[in-house]
Design a protein around this ligand. Structure first.
Ligand code: FE2
Length: 301
């Protein structure tokens, strides 16, 4: 929360800032020009909503004045400067206090955050141990040049796949937590298999439902792999690793469609995302050999 450089804000009617706001009957509140739910964004009716908006409205109510939101700032820093220049009565928004901003206005913390990885305690107790898929439940993924993708945490392109397609019971959910982003433009991809299947010709769908594919396990995993259908009831099982050269053209057609439907997910440090491994195939473009990308991954039933 950023105040203009006048005496400290307090619920005290003798305060000149308060008196000035009350005498004009209106408080002008600067909001960053972005949308950051749950702090500030526009609701379905076009009105601003969020924690910050609620706080600002309560201040206006306690001062018994009207409220007007100003979203004319061009950036966070511009908003801070405008608050310092008295262009707004105060500004509120999810932004950090930096050294320079202390010169531009009087920022006050009203909320503090810590990045967190929410996880079931019972699962956490197993961290570091291997599950029945011979995979650590919480896996540290830091790509290393020269290694293969996926399990070896390499840097190569990962084609759309569902996790542990070669296991009889693949995980239902996958959670990913970003400790460190990679190079600019590095991302994950996700393909909605429901959309893909809806775009397929009937004979391809029939083939995917009825013709089993052999999904070999990676060489370092001592299981025999799994033979099953790519569309397995309501679950999609896909992994082109090591078999793409001699699998059926219908399987290749499906893989190509998954690539056509890939959507990019960009993430920042602290972001956590979860997806359904039965429906969404995931992958990624090739990473830079210099990437500093660091993710944690967890499987959920
Ligand atoms: Fe994967």
């Amino acid at each position: 929360m950023i105040f203009q450089p006048s005496p400290v804000f307090a619920a005290d009617a003798s305060n000149p800032t308060i008196e000035r706001i009350q005498s004009k009957g209106e408080i002008v509140v600067g909001i960053p020009p972005y949308k950051t739910p749950p702090f500030y964004s526009k609701g379905s009716d076009g009105e601003l909503v969020g924690y910050d908006i609620d706080i600002a409205k309560k201040i206006a109510k306690s001062l018994e004045v009207q409220i007007r939101f100003d979203r004319n700032s061009t950036s966070f820093n511009n908003l801070v400067k405008r608050a310092g220049n008295s262009e707004v009565d105060f500004a509120i928004g999810k932004l950090g206090t930096t050294y320079n901003r202390l010169y531009n206005a009087f920022p006050h913390y009203y909320m503090s955050f810590r990045h967190a990885f929410l996880i079931d305690r019972k699962i956490l107790a197993l961290a570091g141990k291997e599950n029945d898929c011979n995979q650590p439940l919480v896996m540290d993924i830091r790509p290393s040049p020269g290694f293969e993708g996926s399990f070896f945490a390499g840097e190569l392109r990962l084609f759309p796949h569902t996790e542990l397609a070669w296991h009889e019971e693949p995980p239902t959910f996958i959670g990913m937590f970003c400790i460190n982003t990679g190079e600019e433009n590095e991302c994950q991809t996700i393909s909605d298999s429901c959309k893909v299947i809806a775009s397929l010709p009937e004979h391809i769908i029939t083939w995917l439902r009825l013709k089993p594919i052999y999904f070999p396990s990676p060489k370092h995993i001592k299981t025999k792999g799994f033979t099953g259908n790519i569309i397995d009831g309501n679950t999609v099982r896909i992994n082109s690793r090591d078999i793409r050269n001699n699998w059926a053209e219908e399987a290749e057609y499906f893989l190509q469609k998954l690539m056509d439907f890939e959507e990019k997910i960009y993430f920042k440090t602290g972001d956590f995302w979860v997806f359904d491994n039965r429906i969404y195939a995931h992958g990624r473009p090739k990473l830079s050999s210099k990437t500093k990308r660091h993710l944690l991954r967890v499987y959920g039933k």
